[in-house]
Design a protein around this ligand. Structure first.
Ligand code: ATP
Length: 353
């Protein structure tokens, strides 16, 4: 198991700051995900941890041992870590067992027991004599994971390992990864742009945007208390509605939304704010705030009404269909943040003022 500490790590490619002054601590033994839209710098951050890239500035430490800082640089092979990619990179001419044994033999570690243990952990003992072309995609990915686990690294880095699998298989592989992580006790760092994947599997998630870290928190905190408008919109298909915060106390904000006074959970000083909402926070209510229904979709047995509330898009669950036109919405929850939280946001859904 290894803890990972990044301090002020930056790496640019030409004019692009792929990783921009990232400071982050990942606790030992955690299942940690790096999440963000395409191009936000997740893979670059993973490659920096692996030692496949050198940081321009900052420090990277594994278990308190500095592996990159200034001229100091520990080569990838000396960092005691395993990597699993979306392409399985298995040797086609070798059996499953031989593929798993390969890394051990390179390190002159007796392979037999370690291979048996790693294959048992990923549930593939019965396929040890098959070759990769005789396996399904999910089985190949488990061989790739077994190959990493067999050398018992302190850290396993996984770069979109499920991207090539169909939706159903991804779900079952997520549960498998979680089980294997618990059983092995190894620290896992998992890169994904799929927020459902990250939320389902992780102890902690780091959300990145344009090279910067937006928030590091448990899945529930990211969902319930996003730190920025970008996180609110990216995680759980959240919506952000512009509000004026009048004041706050005891974890609640008094605010004005389209001229209506409300008190809702949040943490924002007086001034412009965002009210971060999920569908669960909203209901159609004749005594609610006026809004405009613009369309709907049928989802999980409910009608999800698309509406404009204070010129921002929201989704309101409804038992029956609702035609386009005026509606009223009651707000039972949400999370209020300062509007400047939107400054680093590169997804424009609601108008920034
Ligand atoms: P994706 O989910 O699409 O894989 P990502 O979040 O992993 O994206 P990175 O691959 O880390 O993003 O890329 C971050 C930025 O750095 C992007 O703008 C990308 O074009 C750029 N970049 C990454 N690697 C290189 C490289 N070797 N040379 C030039 N630019 C690069």
């Amino acid at each position: 198991m290894a803890s990972i500490d990044l301090t002020d790590v930056t790496l640019s490619f030409g004019g692009t700051r792929a990783v921009d002054r990232v400071s982050l601590s990942m606790p030992s033994g955690a299942f940690f995900s790096l999440l963000g839209p395409s191009g936000c710098g997740k893979t670059t951050l993973l490659r920096l941890i692996a030692g496949l890239e050198r940081p321009e500035t900052g420090r990277i430490a594994l278990d308190g041992q500095v592996v990159a800082e200034g001229r100091r640089f520990v080569e990838p092979g000396e960092r005691d870590l395993g990597m699993v990619f979306q392409s399985y990179a298995l040797w086609p001419h070798m059996t499953v067992a031989a593929n798993v044994a390969f890394g051990l033999q390179m390190r002159r570690i007796p392979a037999k027991d370690r291979v048996a243990e790693a294959l048992a952990m990923v549930g593939l003992s019965h396929l040890a004599d098959r070759r990769p072309h005789q396996l399904s995609g999910g089985q190949r990915q488990r061989v790739a994971l077994a190959r990493s686990l067999a050398v018992r690294p302190r850290l396993i880095l996984l770069d979109e390992p499920l991207a090539n699998l169909d939706a159903h298989l991804r779900q079952s592989m997520l549960a498998e990864f979680r089980r294997i992580h618990r059983q092995s006790g190894t620290t896992f760092v998992f890169v994904t742009h799929d927020q459902n994947e990250a939320m389902a599997i992780s102890d902690l998630v780091a959300v990145m945007d344009a090279g910067r870290l937006q928030q590091v928190a448990s899945p529930q905190v990211l969902f319930d208390r996003p730190a920025s408008a970008m996180v609110a919109r990216f995680v759980g298909a959240g919506r952000t509605v512009p509000v004026d915060v009048l004041g706050s106390r005891d974890g609640h904000c008094d605010l004005l939304l389209a001229g209506h006074r409300l008190t809702l959970p949040g943490d924002a000083p007086p001034g412009p704010g965002w009210l971060c909402l999920h569908a669960r926070d909203l209901a159609l209510d004749p005594a609610g705030i006026p809004a405009e229904a613009t369309g709907q979709r049928f989802e999980n047995g409910m009608h999800m009404v698309h509406a404009l509330l204070a010129d921002a898009e929201v989704d309101v669950p409804s038992r029956g269909p609702v035609p386009p036109g005026p509606i009223r919405i009651a707000i039972a929850g949400g999370w209020v943040i300062p509007r400047e939280g939107a400054a680093a946001c590169h997804l424009s859904v609601a108008p920034a003022q």
